[in-house]
Design a protein around this ligand. Structure first.
Ligand SMILES: Cc1ncc(COP(=O)(O)O)c(C=O)c1O
Length: 398
């Protein structure tokens, strides 16, 4: 068990990264190459901005703060569509024996017989919102139908956003997130539907590996954009985690890109759903479930069980795990919405902004001075964040 510390209601544990840890093959440059190819061919594709917040960096005493802004990816307001669309495409190619490296979604759409066959497919998934939008969007493009289950407490506005994104029947269940995933799995088995779930467990690893590969596009784009801004690579990376599929996927690609110069890594979660935090704290190398009550405004991070195929990547790359109160994400949304100097406004929802809030807190609150020093956050630091979503309920947040 690693030692847990707490400052002003933010808990953290310091981990010992293992730079020799294995990176799964599915995140290698060769295996992720077809992902970018597919994304680039999609209608509406364009690289999302990597925003350099110069004024914020100088206020925080850092060299640079670079935030990859996913708030308008494919018009879906979150990064998640990257994974959903790639996995649905791969699953369809798999089902019909098609060469995924040679085809695009447009190619499939040009074949009426094939489209008729794809139209008979039913997809199913559980989601807090963003992943469901991606699957619905892909289903709409391919003329098939998605069945999307949301956990209890999900907002109707998020359910409607999933319907509007493409073609989905959406139901809000009386279950928590992890049980909603089990429900989707049961429905897939009973009805013969294709399960497109953005987390893995023993025996269900192929589809999630496609979804996680889908996230790699964010990192490749970011590195090209960083170079154009004059930075070779970041010195620090702060990532938010639900099940950790996104964080693990990003870290796997980062390790391949950075080699021996891997940045220092911190992972942030909400107090009430901190499964990566609990797993790192346990110190036994194994994934553990969260212990909280699952009540948090960070809906996208409200997951109680780690994704099994990305957990080892996170374990081996992470230096600090954080468990945060909702207030940290509120701080992040505010800091990004009300920038100082010439900085651009970044629209960030609750799950997107927690890392910005955490960085801001660590660098501005004197109570965190020792931690900040331990993390090596100083005027030489180039900090990379991902704003994973825009406002989740624009009507309320205006
Ligand atoms: C906006 C947002 N950020 C981050 C995450 C976390 O991703 P993961 O569950 O793969 O850790 C999610 C997951 O749904 C999300 O919707």
């Amino acid at each position: 068990m690693l030692e847990e510390k707490e400052i002003k209601n933010i808990r953290f544990v310091e981990n010992h990264p293992d730079p020799t840890g294995e990176i799964p093959l599915f995140l290698s440059p060769e295996e992720t190459e077809p992902v970018r190819h597919l994304h680039r061919t999609l209608l509406g594709y364009q690289a999302t901005p990597l925003v350099e917040l110069k004024s914020l960096a100088s206020r925080l005493g850092l060299r640079s703060v670079l935030i990859k802004d996913e708030s308008d990816r494919f018009g879906l307001r979150a990064f998640k569509g990257l994974g959903g669309v790639y996995a649905v495409f791969r699953a369809v190619c798999d089902r019909f024996g098609l060469d995924f490296t040679a085809l695009t979604i447009e190619d499939l759409r040009k074949d009426p017989l094939l489209m008729e066959a794809i139209g008979s497919l039913d997809l199913v998934t559980a989601t807090d919102g963003n992943h469901g939008k991606g699957v619905s969007w892909a289903a709409g493009m391919l003329g098939c139908r998605a069945h999307v289950y949301m956990p209890a407490g999900s907002l109707e506005v998020r359910a409607q956003a999933i319907r509007d994104a493409g073609n989905a029947e959406v139901r809000i269940l009386e279950l928590g997130y992890d049980d909603s995933v089990r429900y989707a799995e049961t429905m897939a088995k009973e009805k013969g539907w294709l399960l497109i779930q953005d987390t893995s467990w023993e025996g269900y690893e192929v589809v999630p590996s496609w979804i996680i590969q889908g996230y790699s596009t964010m990192v490749y784009e970011s590195f090209e954009q960083m170079k154009a801004l004059g930075y070779e690579r970041p010195t620090h990376v702060l990532l938010q985690a639900g099940v950790g599929a996104m964080a693990g996927g990003v870290l796997g690609v980062l390790r391949n890109l950075c080699g021996d110069h891997m940045p220092r890594v911190a992972v942030a979660e909400p107090h009430e759903a901190a499964c990566i935090y609990e797993s790192i704290k346990a110190g036994d190398g194994l994934p553990h479930a969260a212990t909280g009550n699952g009540v948090t405004i960070m809906a996208g991070l409200n997951c109680g069980e780690p994704c099994t195929i990305t957990w080892p990547i996170i374990r081996d790359a992470t230096g600090w795990a954080f468990s945060c109160p909702d207030q940290v994400s509120v701080t992040g949304t505010r800091v990004l919405a009300e920038p100082s100097g010439d900085d651009r406004t970044v629209e960030s929802g609750e799950s997107g902004s927690v890392t910005a809030g955490l960085l801001y807190t660590i660098c501005t609150d004197p109570a965190f001075r020792d931690l900040r020093e331990d993390m090596g956050l100083d005027e030489r630091s180039v900090v990379y964040l991902i704003n994973t979503e825009g406002y989740t309920n624009p009507d309320l947040e205006k």
